[in-house]
Design a protein around this ligand. Structure first.
Ligand code: FES
Length: 107
């Protein structure tokens, strides 16, 4: 299992245990994490799975692909250099302990 902590805009933290090899979006939706919608089911067509990877984890998650950057332009909340689509982050053992911040809004 991969542990992931989500930090809401108000500072509230939620830690879940996710299945290895699932995406971050799938794990968040499966655990009813408020703030990740995943409307398109991971087809990279909605940007409602936007999150900000904690700076300490950016090296391990890597950055967004060019297609992901393009889709993030449609995100509802402010996009910054930590922004990723959570459906494009696959949870490997190297990401055990991952911390991500949830945006103010998704739609
Ligand atoms: S779930 Fe739609 S872009 Fe990630």
């Amino acid at each position: 299992m991969i542990h992931v902590t989500f930090i809401a805009p108000d500072g509230q933290q939620t830690t879940i245990e996710a299945e290895e090899d699932s995406t971050l979006m799938q794990a968040a939706v499966a655990h009813d994490v408020d703030g990740i919608v995943g409307e398109c089911g991971g087809a990279m067509m909605c940007a409602t799975c936007h999150c900000h990877v904690d700076a300490a984890w950016q090296d391990r998650t890597g950055g967004p692909s060019p297609d992901e950057v393009e889709m993030l332009e449609g995100a509802a909340a402010e996009v910054d250099d930590r922004s990723r689509l959570s459906c494009q982050i696959r949870l490997t053992p190297a990401l055990d302990g991952l911390v991500v911040h949830l945006p103010e809004e998704q739609m």
